[in-house]
Design a protein around this ligand. Structure first.
Ligand code: SF4
Length: 63
Protein backbone atom coordinates (compact mmCIF):
# COMPACT_ATOMS: atom_id res chain seq x y z
CA UNK A 1 0.00 0.00 0.00
CA UNK A 2 1.22 3.49 -0.87
CA UNK A 3 -0.10 6.93 -0.01
CA UNK A 4 0.37 10.16 -1.93
CA UNK A 5 -0.45 13.82 -1.50
CA UNK A 6 -1.48 16.26 -4.19
CA UNK A 7 0.38 19.38 -3.13
CA UNK A 8 -1.80 21.49 -5.41
CA UNK A 9 -4.78 20.53 -3.25
CA UNK A 10 -3.36 20.29 0.30
CA UNK A 11 -4.33 23.34 2.37
CA UNK A 12 -2.31 22.56 5.51
CA UNK A 13 -5.30 21.59 7.62
CA UNK A 14 -3.14 19.01 9.42
CA UNK A 15 -5.82 16.45 10.23
CA UNK A 16 -3.85 13.66 8.56
CA UNK A 17 -0.94 14.38 10.92
CA UNK A 18 -3.29 14.16 13.90
CA UNK A 19 -4.25 10.61 12.88
CA UNK A 20 -0.64 9.44 12.57
CA UNK A 21 2.20 11.96 12.87
CA UNK A 22 4.84 9.42 11.83
CA UNK A 23 3.10 8.46 8.62
CA UNK A 24 1.56 11.82 7.67
CA UNK A 25 4.48 14.15 8.15
CA UNK A 26 4.20 17.91 7.56
CA UNK A 27 6.64 20.56 6.45
CA UNK A 28 7.43 23.65 8.53
CA UNK A 29 4.40 25.46 7.11
CA UNK A 30 1.99 22.64 7.95
CA UNK A 31 1.63 21.19 4.48
CA UNK A 32 1.91 17.46 3.90
CA UNK A 33 5.40 16.50 2.74
CA UNK A 34 4.80 12.79 2.14
CA UNK A 35 5.23 13.19 -1.61
CA UNK A 36 4.02 10.62 -4.12
CA UNK A 37 4.00 6.87 -3.55
CA UNK A 38 5.11 6.82 0.08
CA UNK A 39 5.22 3.24 1.31
CA UNK A 40 2.82 2.54 4.19
CA UNK A 41 4.73 0.47 6.77
CA UNK A 42 3.26 -2.87 7.92
CA UNK A 43 0.61 -2.31 10.57
CA UNK A 44 -0.13 1.25 9.45
CA UNK A 45 -2.77 0.38 6.86
CA UNK A 46 -5.74 1.40 9.01
CA UNK A 47 -4.06 4.66 10.02
CA UNK A 48 -3.35 5.35 6.35
CA UNK A 49 -7.01 4.87 5.44
CA UNK A 50 -8.15 7.04 8.34
CA UNK A 51 -5.72 9.80 7.42
CA UNK A 52 -6.94 9.82 3.85
CA UNK A 53 -10.56 9.91 5.04
CA UNK A 54 -10.12 12.87 7.40
CA UNK A 55 -8.46 15.18 4.89
CA UNK A 56 -11.13 17.87 4.33
CA UNK A 57 -10.00 18.63 0.78
CA UNK A 58 -9.32 15.06 -0.45
CA UNK A 59 -5.64 15.81 -1.05
CA UNK A 60 -4.54 12.27 -0.12
CA UNK A 61 -4.98 9.04 -1.99
CA UNK A 62 -4.10 5.39 -1.49
CA UNK A 63 -2.79 2.96 -4.07
S1 SF4 B 1 -5.28 16.78 6.09
FE1 SF4 B 1 -5.19 17.16 3.89
S2 SF4 B 1 -5.02 19.36 3.69
FE2 SF4 B 1 -4.45 18.82 5.78
S3 SF4 B 1 -2.21 18.59 5.75
FE3 SF4 B 1 -3.13 16.59 5.45
S4 SF4 B 1 -3.19 16.41 3.22
FE4 SF4 B 1 -2.95 18.55 3.65
Amino acid sequence: MRVSVDNQVCEAHGQCNTVDPDLFTLDDDGYSDIGVGKEVPPGKEVAAEQGVDVCPVQALRLE
